[in-house]
Write a protein that binds this ligand. Structure first.
Ligand code: FE2
Length: 386
């Protein structure tokens, strides 16, 4: 088995047929173009804070990323359709704060750049493709899916209207049926963590499959709800703290009524819905107060891999107690900055997927990761008994 940095991705077979990749690309690029085509000049500007990116930069960046890996072999020496593309749009090189002050090409120019790059890939996909091309095309599509989701949570942060339709219906999936919480018991077991060769496309942080001895545990069948969280906020234990946990920033109280904001709409707080936009730090404080704990990534993966649906999805990325770290056998794939720079102990693993995550990214082995203080993405949590 080759574990060299440059060749592992050739082991990520089988790949979907070219026609499927063409369809995925069409879908995800349509969403991006829809978001950007509808944006007003005023909305091209966003506040300069570290959880946002200027929308024009995002469009240039995701197009550059696609072109760089699919059409330029990951080499700056190969020409780009866009002048200065590497300087402007390589996220590893353009510092976050400079994305506001550096003059960007116009929206029309960026849409034209996007059209040419994606069109070139659609031409490639009219014939069968090899593993290498399939790997980089999937990498570019999944990267774009993640940036589309980032548009959704940036718009939520800013209180703008929903930028694209969710992949699952908001009304039926995010308002949980009021259902009693069960604790699902898993006996002591040995499970496989990570992904093995031949699993299809994987990210480098899933390398490689290995056995984990998992002690017995009890995990909640349902996520923590708005009602649970409100009760916690108002509990004497929380209020007695020197710095009590406050309501999430998308909640407000009018008289005795609590409201929550979904994009630009204030709705009555539905107590049965999964609570969202809670940081890992606040989720931990909830757990301490209730004498429960967050599941680790293996426990949550095991729950989410159950065929028998005796557990309820939150349609959110769910926090785990696992700090993002390499598995045994890790080596960085060609996009070296995907995982490796973030193994510094300040990122926590999340599992699952939100309403704005397409099904193709919702593999149980997929490891999402964010810093513990973040709550702007679509995140929630469930608990385990101590
Ligand atoms: Fe990116």
């Amino acid at each position: 088995m080759s574990e060299s940095l440059s060749n592992d991705y050739l082991l990520y077979a089988p790949h979907p047929p070219a026609s499927t990749l063409a369809q995925w690309l069409e879908e995800c690029n349509h969403i991006t173009r829809q978001i950007l085509s509808n944006i007003s000049v005023a909305d091209q500007m966003v506040p300069q804070i570290n959880i946002l990116n200027p929308p024009l930069w995002e469009l240039g960046h995701l197009t550059w990323f696609h072109e760089f890996w699919v059409h330029r072999d990951g080499q700056e020496s190969k020409p780009s359709f866009m002048k200065n593309a590497d300087y402007l749009f390589n996220s590893s090189e353009m510092a976050h704060q400079d994305r506001w002050s550096t003059p960007m090409p116009s929206l029309d120019k960026l849409l034209e750049y996007n059209h040419r790059v994606i069109g070139s890939t659609q031409d490639l996909l009219r014939a069968p493709i090899d593993n290498k091309a399939a790997y980089f095309i999937q990498l570019a599509i999944f990267h774009q899916d993640m940036h589309n989701e980032a548009f959704a949570y940036m718009w939520q942060t800013m209180g703008r209207s929903m930028p694209f339709a969710p992949f699952a219906a908001f009304t039926s999936t995010s308002k949980l049926e009021a259902k009693a919480r069960d604790w699902i018991h898993f006996p002591k077991s040995t499970i496989q963590a990570g992904s093995e060769q031949g699993s299809g496309f994987i990210f480098d942080n899933e390398k490689w499959a290995h056995s984990i001895d998992l002690p017995a545990f009890n995990i909640a069948s349902t996520p923590v709800t708005n009602g649970d969280y409100l009760e916690f906020l108002e509990s004497p234990v929380n209020l007695a703290q020197s710095t009590p946990v406050g309501p999430p920033s998308h909640w407000k109280q009018e008289g005795d009524t609590w409201l929550e904001r979904f994009f630009n709409e204030w709705l009555p707080l539905n107590r049965a819905s999964a609570v969202r936009h809670i940081s890992h730090l606040d989720a931990q404080r909830f757990c301490e107060c209730h004498q429960v704990r967050l599941p680790n990534e293996h426990e949550l993966s095991l729950l989410m891999s159950q065929k028998q649906r005796n557990w309820q999805s939150s349609n959110l990325w769910e926090w785990t107690s696992s700090t993002f770290a390499p598995f045994p056998g890790f080596s960085a794939d060609p996009y070296v900055d995907y995982s490796q720079p973030w193994f510094d102990g300040s990122y926590q693993v999340l599992k699952g997927g939100s309403l704005f995550t397409p099904d193709r990214l919702k593999r149980v082995a997929f490891r999402n990761f964010y810093q513990a203080h973040r709550s702007d993405h679509f995140c929630g949590f469930r608990t385990c008994l101590l």
